[in-house]
Write a new protein. Structure first.
Length: 204
């Protein structure tokens, strides 16, 4: 019998109000012609990923949570703003469409660095790319034509978005990703609260 594994990652979850706003902008982009050659992310499942872990054996999950607890020590609650649409790598050869994240990104980057460092000590591979905070809205399908990629780039470039709510960050979560024929289903494995300010209500 094989060892049970869990496809997992570390992330910050988004408030429902922000998810509703993202749903509106996705609908706007699709209705403007962004449906061909593009796989849109369900706004209910969008999150801010700090570290993707891949398939992890169940017996390692408690150790990962303990590492996250250590990594978040003395990191205060903080607030992020969400505004502006963009693409990777450029508007003519779009592979990913995203929403920008700003605000207290210095705290976010310190948190991500500490999470990354703690998990490297547990044997997880270091990220090859620099951490760039963003929320992924869509991924262009491999078979998409150059015209479809450019069309999405033009749509993103001409669409304005600014959240009225943003993200109040008071915890990080170890998440499970279950891949199904309808897409990925996400659920929390564990949560670690940030320290610093006891009145977390003002960050929501």
């Amino acid at each position: 019998m094989g060892v049970e594994t869990v496809r997992s990652f570390v992330a910050i979850e988004l408030p429902d109000e922000l998810k509703r706003e993202l749903n509106e902008v996705v609908g706007q982009l699709i209705s403007a012609g962004g449906e061909t050659g593009v796989k849109w992310v369900d706004p209910q499942s969008i999150h801010l990923t700090l570290k993707f872990l891949g398939d992890v054996t169940v017996d390692r999950l408690d150790g990962i949570t303990a590492a996250l607890t250590e990594a978040t020590r003395k990191i205060p609650c903080f607030r992020l703003s969400v505004a502006g649409l963009g693409v990777f790598p450029n508007p003519r050869r779009v592979r990913v469409a995203w929403v920008g994240v700003s605000g207290e990104t210095d705290v976010l980057e310190r948190l991500q660095w500490r999470v990354e460092s703690a998990l490297i000590r547990l044997g997880f591979a270091a990220e090859s790319r620099r951490f760039t905070p963003h929320l992924t809205l869509a991924r262009v399908r491999e078979r998409a034509s150059p015209q479809e990629r450019q069309r999405l780039g033009q749509l993103v470039d001409s669409t304005n978005f600014e959240s009225r709510h943003g993200i109040g960050v008071d915890a990080v979560h170890l998440m499970r990703s279950q891949l199904t024929s309808q897409g990925a289903i996400y659920s929390r494995i564990s949560s670690v609260a940030l320290e610093g300010d006891n009145d977390n209500s003002k960050y929501r």
